[in-house]
Design a protein around this ligand. Structure first.
Ligand SMILES: *[C@@H]1O[C@H](CO)[C@@H](O)[C@H](O)[C@H]1NC(C)=O
Ligand SMILES: *[C@@H]1O[C@H](CO)[C@@H](O)[C@H](O)[C@H]1NC(C)=O
Ligand SMILES: *[C@@H]1O[C@H](CO)[C@@H](O)[C@H](O)[C@H]1NC(C)=O
Ligand SMILES: *[C@@H]1O[C@H](CO)[C@@H](O)[C@H](O)[C@H]1NC(C)=O
Ligand SMILES: *[C@@H]1O[C@H](CO)[C@@H](O)[C@H](O)[C@H]1NC(C)=O
Ligand SMILES: *[C@@H]1O[C@H](CO)[C@@H](O)[C@H](O)[C@H]1NC(C)=O
Ligand SMILES: *[C@@H]1O[C@H](CO)[C@@H](O)[C@H](O)[C@H]1NC(C)=O
Ligand SMILES: *[C@@H]1O[C@H](CO)[C@@H](O)[C@H](O)[C@H]1NC(C)=O
Ligand SMILES: *[C@@H]1O[C@H](CO)[C@@H](O)[C@H](O)[C@H]1NC(C)=O
Ligand SMILES: *[C@@H]1O[C@H](CO)[C@@H](O)[C@H](O)[C@H]1NC(C)=O
Ligand SMILES: *[C@@H]1O[C@H](CO)[C@@H](O)[C@H](O)[C@H]1NC(C)=O
Ligand SMILES: *[C@@H]1O[C@H](CO)[C@@H](O)[C@H](O)[C@H]1NC(C)=O
Length: 659
């Protein structure tokens, strides 16, 4: 494939002056293909797709052996690890592992790479002083924004390893060579920069000329792809998310199920955890589990003009829309009105500045446009929001825009039967660019909203306490005891939270840093490895055994088997739970909040400085107050408006009523 190289950039910046004859069609442009006349592209999200179910059977046979090996080696010092043979005596008892990689630009991609490497038996040292083998035991691998760059880079480079990328890092065309800024891919060679951008523009214009509206996300995704697929023609222009179905490694279940997450967002609007519609892209489908859509479409045929899942032109479908760069670009499309000035300043170099400036002037350009809307005309007898069925366009944006920067939603679906989630948090929440648990808190709160119904998540402290208790400095387990989770919809997976924290490199780099030299890249990867392994097990040699305890926990509870005695100490050291406990060094009880004022029906609580002191609530509110105190330390919300009749319901579903 050879693309037209246009003589001057300026001439193609104005689309209207491009003569169609000057442009050869790019594989980036979707094309029409024949398809079955009776094809139905949309289904209701009332369970896993048959294809996913079939695939899981293949994956399970690989993960179960890998997990058993990991658990046996990690517990070889235990006084009694007979629980393992009990768990693997029957396929349905084997724990299922998932990994979620947060957003945060290249920082999240690289730090997350180190975290994944810590679990990969292909990484040097991972089996000796890490969690090597767990990636081989992982069923689902979700990524969002920078995390989806990571997942996409590995999955669509033939399931390469981080170690392999490191091994080749000083060779030409190495994966993740982001030494030069995204804006100037040629580095000091401005001819090369101009040429690359000229190709990118030809690609995007080619899609537009085929009749598909394009936005800034198209340019963004194409530009990013050169760093992920340097060996493929034109930065992987022909790679499609659905193409994994034809890859033997995926088909045979020899790699996890990759998922990229995005949020529905109309142009120039904002979304929060309480009103977001979370979309997932997996190798078979894209769509949402959330109540207001609750449908999936076959993503191979995105771009097909449909009504209620049926192509308008019978027997004609479209393929080539699900470009890998476009999918991960969508997941990281953070060009919201709030973010764009920062992006604008950072991209204020080279031809990209012009492209972006032009693109930002267009109304719908702060999002990705999935047009024609694959859900148009859906009538699934469900509570879908009318616009999903009536709009011509479907707009998607960065998966973290609703504050849930770790892609947990797909892993909380009951049908996926996940027992343990490794939540890699490379968010920048604090003023210094470290995480403070906000991503978990937002996911926790969402379960109490209509949108999050049926997606329970373990109890999480407020972000202030998260930081005070140093929960953002080393791995923490959430939801260790199913008995403490009985107030939720059902028992959620146990979560092993791994925050980005300093070990050997200042890994709190800006989300908007768009160039990393080799030293920085390797530094971030190494630091991520160390953050996941408690400094290569030097800070706690028992950590691997403790991870094994957490992995076995849910099934051990279900089977009502005894827990190996070593696990009790592990849970004391690593679990945060909502019982009063000094596990993490601080007293923790609902008296951490004191009722400080009541005015009409509004109650305000303030954190008590000395935890454990008794509440000063007035007698008439005494009963409700203790529940409110609970609510306050769970959610961080300190002002509550009491409405007498609904109060008991609202107290139970803490946030949804916004009491
Ligand atoms: C190990 O624990 C199992 C219960 O999980 C018990 O049946 C078995 O007797 C124990 N083995 C030893 C050697 O104590
Ligand atoms: C920890 O292990 C990783 C991977 O083996 C290695 O790159 C790193 O240098 C080690 N860190 C220390 C402090 O030894
Ligand atoms: C992927 O791996 C398979 C098997 O190792 C190999 O045959 C194939 O050429 C590889 N494809 C790419 C694109 O590297
Ligand atoms: C990385 O290189 C080392 C030797 O330098 C080799 O032993 C190892 O197998 C390579 N790892 C991968 C995953 O390619
Ligand atoms: C990485 O990219 C930079 C800038 O484009 C280039 O100068 C350098 O040679 C590349 N490194 C390798 C190992 O190819
Ligand atoms: C690259 O394009 C810019 C305009 O975007 C132009 O000013 C510059 O001269 C070009 N560089 C080369 C080497 O063509
Ligand atoms: C700059 O890139 C162009 C196009 O790839 C290439 O022909 C030229 O040799 C490069 N110049 C230098 C100094 O590397
Ligand atoms: C979501 O909620 C936020 C905050 O309440 C609001 O500003 C925004 O308009 C809402 N978005 C939608 C799509 O309803
Ligand atoms: C599911 O698998 C069947 C058989 O391989 C295939 O024809 C179909 O296109 C797949 N559908 C999706 C949505 O992946
Ligand atoms: C639609 O929403 C209503 C009210 O929230 C709920 O009672 C009902 O179960 C929902 N319908 C379906 C099919 O989920
Ligand atoms: C296992 O026990 C031996 C001997 O007590 C000790 O040296 C080693 O560090 C332990 N390993 C782990 C992973 O706990
Ligand atoms: C809690 O702290 C007290 C006093 O510091 C200590 O005696 C006790 O063992 C601790 N409990 C746990 C579960 O760590």
């Amino acid at each position: 494939m050879k693309l037209a190289r246009l003589s001057g950039l300026v001439s193609i910046l104005t689309v209207s002056v491009v003569n169609a004859a000057d442009l050869q069609s790019s594989p980036y442009a979707p094309v029409e293909v024949p398809c079955d006349a009776s094809i139905q592209l949309v289904r209701k999200a009332d369970g896993l797709s048959q294809n996913e179910t079939d695939w899981l059977e293949k994956r399970d046979s690989h993960t179960q052996d890998a997990l058993r090996n990991f658990l046996e080696s990690a517990t070889s010092n235990f006084s009694n690890n007979s629980l393992i043979s009990r768990l693997f005596s029957d396929n349905s008892n084997a724990p299922r592992v998932a990994v979620a990689c947060s957003g945060g630009g290249y920082r999240a991609m690289l730090s997350g790479a180190g975290m994944i490497a810590a679990m990969d038996d292909r990484t040097e040292g991972a089996n000796e002083h890490g969690l090597g083998g767990l990636l081989q035991a992982t069923t689902y691998l979700a990524g969002l924004s920078g995390g989806s760059w990571l997942v996409g880079s590995l999955a669509y480079n033939n399931w390469t390893s981080v170690q392999d990328i490191i091994n080749h890092t000083s060779e030409a065309n190495s994966i993740w060579n982001i030494t030069a800024s995204l804006a100037s891919p040629g580095g000091t060679n401005s001819t090369l920069t101009n040429e690359t951008w000229s190709i990118i523009m030809s690609d995007v214009i080619s899609k537009q000329q085929a009749g598909y509206p394009v936005t800034i996300t198209d340019y963004w995704g194409r530009a990013l792809s050169y760093g992920f697929f340097p060996n493929a023609a034109d930065g992987g222009v022909a790679y499609q998310w659905s193409s994994l179905r034809d890859n033997n490694i995926f088909r045979n279940g020899e790699m996890p199920f990759p998922i990229s997450v995005a949020d529905f967002r109309s142009p120039n609007t904002v979304t929060t955890y309480s009103n977001s519609t979370i979309f997932e892209f997996n190798p078979f489908e894209m769509g949402s589990w959330d109540e207001n859509l609750h449908a999936f479409t076959d993503l191979k045929y995105l771009g097909t003009n449909v009504f209620n899942g049926v192509p308008i032109t019978k027997g004609k479908c479209v393929t080539g829309f699900d470009n890998v760069g476009f999918v991960v670009g969508t997941s990281s499309s953070l060009f919201s009105p709030i973010m764009s000035p920062a992006i604008g300043i950072l991209l204020n170099e080279g031809p990209l500045a012009t492209v972006f400036a032009k693109a930002m002037g267009n109304d719908s350009n702060d999002v990705a446009n999935y047009s024609p809307n694959p859900f148009r005309g859906i009538d699934l007898g469900y509570n879908s929001t009318a616009s999903f069925s009536s709009d011509d366009y479907l707009y998607l944006a960065d998966g973290g825009e609703d504050g849930e920067t770790i892609p947990l939603a797909p892993l909380l679906q009951k049908e996926r039967e996940v027992d343990i989630i490794f939540a890699f948090d490379n968010s920048a929440d604090t003023p210094n660019g470290w995480p403070n648990g906000s991503a978990l808190i937002n996911t926790y709160k969402r379960q109490f909203t209509p949108q999050g119904r049926g997606m329970p998540f373990p109890h999480i402290p407020s972000s202030d306490e998260f930081v005070q208790l140093h929960l953002n400095e080393r791995p923490v387990f959430f939801g260790c005891d199913a008995n403490d989770l009985s107030d939720l919809d059902h028992v959620p997976p146990l979560v092993i939270y791994v925050p980005n924290a300093y070990h050997s490199f200042n890994s709190n780099q800006s989300t908007f840093k768009l160039a990393y030299d080799e030293r920085e890249r390797l530094g971030l990867i190494r630091n991520g490895f160390e953050a996941t392994t408690r400094g290569n097990l030097t800070e706690d040699v028992r950590f691997r055994g403790c991870v094994a305890c957490a992995i076995m926990r849910r099934q051990q509870e279900r089977l009502n088997e005894p827990l190996p005695e070593e696990c009790a100490k592990c849970f004391t050291d690593y679990c945060w739970d909502n019982k009063a406990s000094n596990v993490t060094g601080n007293a923790w009880s609902n008296s951490s909040y004191t009722l400080s004022s009541t005015s009409g029906s509004t109650i305000t609580l303030t954190p008590t400085s000395s935890a454990g002191s008794s509440s000063t609530s007035s007698a008439s509110f005494a009963h409700n107050t203790s529940t409110l105190q609970n609510a306050a330390w769970r959610s961080g919300q300190t002002t509550y408006n009491i409405r007498p009749l609904v109060v008991m319901v609202c107290l139970f579903v803490v946030v949804s009523c916004n009491i």
